[in-house]
Design a protein around this ligand. Sequence first.
Ligand SMILES: O=P(O)(O)OP(=O)(O)OP(=O)(O)OC[C@H]1O[C@@H](n2cnc3c(O)ncnc32)[C@H](O)[C@@H]1O
Length: 217
Amino acid sequence: MLAQRVAYVASKNPVKVNAVKRALELCFPAVVFSMVGREAPSGVPDQPHGDNQTLEGVAAASVGLGLPNTGAAGAEAASADAALVVAIEGGVGRSSGPGSAGSLECFAWVCVRDPVTGAESTARSASFALPPPLVDLMVRDGLELGDADDKLFRRTRSKQGSGTIGHLSNGVLDRTEFYVQAAVCALLPFMQPQLYGKEYGRLLAGADEAGGEGRGG
Ligand SMILES: O=P(O)(O)OP(=O)(O)OP(=O)(O)OC[C@H]1O[C@@H](n2cnc3c(O)ncnc32)[C@H](O)[C@@H]1O
């Protein structure tokens, strides 16, 4: 019998919930996850700028949703079935790469927390350069990337669909896939607790027990 666990995502954006679900399924094939998406305060602007602000937002969101004794959501997350809390925060920042130095690039940070042990892991996504017409709308009109994208490419709620990366890559890579890889990277310590530390081991220990019980019965 497969172990059942609840995974909390600090957003209701289906792109983020689906990306985390796919990453968890790939990383932990012996566990069946039910996903709960809830908004959690990041304490940073809707469009975070730079690595520091984006990281600050993703860390705050994962704590706000998952820590025990932070209200009903926290208590629930601390229950035996609660496996992990995952937050993803998209950010933009100045690129330092040759050829694109000074232009804006888009990236995300992912933070994964075990709400019981407090073990935490973060990873940064890949990044891509934003084209000048999009940057103009963001800088001149103060729009967040998703709104600038909708306006420039005449789309609706693009941030809940293929995202800017989906449009720019002609569908080669969509926002969900873009986040799946980053989420897998953030999950590595939870997959290899014998290498990263026993505080990351609760999920697998629980899954092994449930799998063992199932095989025995
Ligand atoms: O509901 P929440 O969780 O806030 O989801 P969001 O999509 O609004 O929140 P983020 O803070 O993660 O994203 C910041 C902005 O980056 C935008 N964005 C659009 N396409 C993107 C892409 O392909 N990759 C990363 N960010 C993208 C997104 O639409 C937002 O306007």
